[in-house]
Design a protein around this ligand. Sequence first.
Ligand SMILES: C[S@@+](CC[C@H](N)C(=O)[O-])C[C@H]1O[C@@H](n2cnc3c(N)ncnc32)[C@H](O)[C@@H]1O
Length: 333
Amino acid sequence: MKAVRVHKLKAEEVRRFAERIGAKDKERLVVCRGDYVEIPILDGFERYFEGYEIVEQNNPVFARKADLFEALKDKIPKDLWEYIPRRYKIIGDVILVKIPNELEKYKCLIGETLLKIHKRCKSVWRDLGREGMLRKPKVELIAGKGSETVHKENGCLFKLDVTKVMFSVGNQGERMRIVKLVQDDEIVVDMFAGIGYFTIPIAVHTNAKKIYAIEINPDSYFYLLENIKLNRISNVLPILGDSMYVTPERIADRVVMGHIFCQDFLPVAIRALKSDGYIHYHESVPEVIIQRPIERIKRACELLGKDVRIENFRKVKNYSPGVLHVVVDAYIY
Ligand SMILES: C[S@@+](CC[C@H](N)C(=O)[O-])C[C@H]1O[C@@H](n2cnc3c(N)ncnc32)[C@H](O)[C@@H]1O
């Protein structure tokens, strides 16, 4: 978890800048350490703070932990305090929270308490993970009602139903990082478009010529169409289908492979590129075999007689203990 460390005299200016460009991590508080201040930022935004010191926060202070903990501690036995969730996600006006089994019988209390803390929110859902290739959410209503919402992020609107499609708040930095890479007039293929996680910010913030947005799940596709309308976008071509079979060939300057289990799709992505271009390949990989995504890209290129230059390899977020969600930027020619 990164933060920009600045002298307190500069802190307000840098905090405002971080907020303006959407870099500030709202889940953590600004922390004062002596004459210096740590301003928490999202992964992927480090390069906007050139000339400043970027530090890894060992003791981050979370924005909402105290509220929830304080509100619950008199109602939950002390030996269970350690299980009280320290973080949760707010998507539009819906809250998603992971609750360990130890707190099963307190889940509705936790939901009601969150609704009291966040008065503008209408419902709280217990987050039980995601299933299969479609990454369908498993959720359970624990307070309030309503599952459809509109989430605002980096100047884009994302309409979705939290019971039908996922929204990964932790990928926000990665979405904006990709936006900064897209050049004017590029043709982009988004092979796992979902509700437009990458497609919408690219369309809103860049001058890409065209974005092919492929999605297999009709629920996600429905919201992709909604989000194209909501953000008044005209350069997206949405395609409902399996990207293994419907991805266009020799057309793209850039291919986004925003699915953590998409290694089998690498040959299709490479064929989607013009004679050369970029692939942004995501994978969830155990830290002990951290080179695997790069090896997979190299092997796929070799089999298709292409050369590759690995331009960037970075962590998007932690996936599970010992396993990272990473992304590789590969230039293929
Ligand atoms: C949920 S997204 C990944 C999250 C996203 N990268 C982000 O930034 O939050 C993955 C999407 O790929 C879709 N998908 C899975 N297999 C597919 C396939 N073969 N063709 C097209 N879309 C597919 C899923 O339905 C899902 O909407």
